[in-house]
Design a protein around this ligand. Structure first.
Ligand SMILES: Cc1cc2nc3c(=O)[nH]c(=O)nc-3n(C[C@H](O)[C@H](O)[C@H](O)COP(=O)(O)O)c2cc1C
Length: 194
């Protein structure tokens, strides 16, 4: 399941080593609330500012109306592969609290909850591909979310499929080794990574 990448500077725990964002999802598999339960449970137990838990999720399983609604708002370059995933999820942050006060960490907290989801899903043998390429306003309206909430990202979830089923251009991108900035560029202070 892991994907070609530059050498790690330090070894990662298995589940993080295996995580990456594929576009080729299994077209045979449809997920359900039981198969996604552990990943949502992990999101639920993510830390948040003041334990505000400002996240919520709307999930659709391939073939149902919610799935179609979420996929229908994706950029076409995402739709072409995400429509084959077993499930899609809208990741929502409550950016304003019940008293009308902006929750400045809500998007950070949601991102962390999605990271927890992703790690647990990987441990369950699933793959997750997050997306910012979708029409957030339209999706928020179609899902009927409150004005205090914002759909920040969507994600496709499923088992790995056959990259040969992707359009040619995406097959090339799918095969590209994963890259990252070196630790020396992103960590400073008292550490001095080579
Ligand atoms: C907030 C966010 C938005 C993203 N938007 C898209 C997107 O619209 N389309 C896409 O194909 N991938 C999208 N990605 C996936 C990233 O491109 C991917 O995580 C990154 O290239 C690193 O690859 P990896 O996840 O395989 O390590 C997004 C990821 C995040 C976290």
């Amino acid at each position: 399941m892991s994907h070609d990448h530059e050498p790690h500077e330090f070894a990662l725990t298995d589940v993080l080593e295996q995580r990456w964002s594929p576009r080729a999802f299994s077209r045979d598999e449809v997920l359900n609330q039981d198969t996604l339960g552990p990943a949502f449970e992990a999101a639920r137990w993510s830390p948040s500012s003041g334990n505000s838990q400002p996240w919520s999720f709307v999930v659709g399983f391939r073939g149902d109306d919610v799935f179609q609604t979420i996929v229908g708002t994706m950029a076409s370059g995402n739709q072409v592969w995400a429509e084959h995933a077993g499930a899609v999820v809208a990741n929502i942050a409550a950016v304003v609290d019940a008293e009308g006060k902006p929750q400045s960490h809500a998007i950070y907290d949601l991102g962390q909850a999605v990271a927890h989801f992703t790690v647990q899903a990987t441990a369950e043998g699933l793959m997750v591909h997050q997306m910012g390429g979708f029409d957030a306003q339209t999706l928020g309206r179609e899902l009927g979310i409150e004005s205090s909430q914002r759909v920040v990202t969507v994600m496709a979830v499923g088992s790995m499929g056959d990259p040969a089923d992707l359009p040619e251009k995406l097959q090339e991108r799918e095969a590209k080794p994963r890259e990252r900035k070196p630790l020396s560029e992103i960590v400073s202070g008292s550490a001095d990574y080579a």
